[in-house]
Design a protein around this ligand. Structure first.
Ligand code: KIV
Length: 269
């Protein structure tokens, strides 16, 4: 089973790692067979599994249920689980809810925010819970942003995001996840922290890992498709098409052929 130390080692070796969201045991098994490095039980399940129009309705019980199913199906990938909307607003909530999802099988929790999460990160880490902090476009704050939009488009905003990363890393964050930011910023942040793997989604090709929502990369998105998505299913045929799509994604991430120019945001900072 891949561990946090393995992901750190991949970064040091310059070996890019793959991550996909996953919510059930059979997909988790296909990801194991395709040797996907890490899995995120994302609160995106509120949209792609439950049919809501945002991630806000998702509960800790939902996250624990899907995490347990994924863990039963996959003994290979490193497993991260989102703490959903408002489930880590107090230190006590963060501790109690992390216990629930870690006991369900997660190896790390993910929370969305910036420097203001420093105390939460520190307390969780001290209590044995490795933390990934998700920055940039943080979907739990969609109503603050007024939509799903590119973040950190100016040098000033990029520097603020870098300061947020430094604060949470100083507090103990073990992985950073950047969503929908200029690729130059993704690459600056990945270079800044030699011991902290940085995962990107719409953050350029130079982050240490890439993540996609599994329905998106299998072509199961029926509304607007985000720029950073590539449909890996389109190139497959035959009985093992889904597993082959996962394998193709894993290879494309390792070889840095994904994300390509058409999937990234090029803004001069
Ligand atoms: O919930 C999720 O699927 C996520 C990814 C978009 C990174 O946070």
């Amino acid at each position: 089973m891949i561990s946090l130390s393995d992901l750190r080692q991949f970064k040091q070796q310059g070996r890019k790692f793959s991550c996909l969201t996953c919510y059930d045991a059979s997909m988790a098994k296909a990801m194991e067979l395709a040797e996907i490095d890490s899995i995120l039980i994302g609160d995106s399940l509120g949209m792609v599994v439950q049919g809501h129009d945002s991630t806000l309705p998702v509960t800790v019980a939902d996250m624990a249920y899907h995490t347990a199913a994924v863990r039963r199906g996959n003994q290979h990938s490193f497993i991260m689980c989102d703490l959903p909307f408002m489930s880590y607003a107090t230190l006590n909530d963060a501790l109690v809810n992390s216990r629930t999802v870690m006991q369900a099988g997660a190896q790390m929790i993910k929370i969305e925010g910036g420097a203001w999460l420093s105390e939460t990160v520190q307390v969780l880490t001290r209590n044995g819970v490795p933390v990934c902090v998700h920055l940039g476009l943080t979907p739990q704050s969609v109503h603050v942003f007024g939509g799903y939009k590119l973040q950190a488009k100016t040098r000033e905003a990029a520097d603020q995001l870098i300061a947020d990363c430094k604060a949470v890393v100083d507090a103990g964050a073990a992985i950073l996840l950047l969503e929908c930011v200029p690729s130059q910023l993704g690459s600056e942040i990945a270079a800044l922290f030699p011991n902290v793997p940085v995962i990107g989604i719409g953050a350029g090709v130079e982050t240490d890992g890439q993540v996609l929502v599994v329905q998106d990369m299998l072509g199961l998105t029926f509304g607007r498709v985000a720029r950073f998505v590539r449909n890996f299913m389109k190139e497959q045929s035959g009985e093992m098409a889904i597993m082959d799509a996962f394998k193709a994604y894993h290879v494309a991430v390792q070889e840095k052929t994904f994300p390509a120019k058409e999937h990234i945001f090029q803004v001069e900072l």
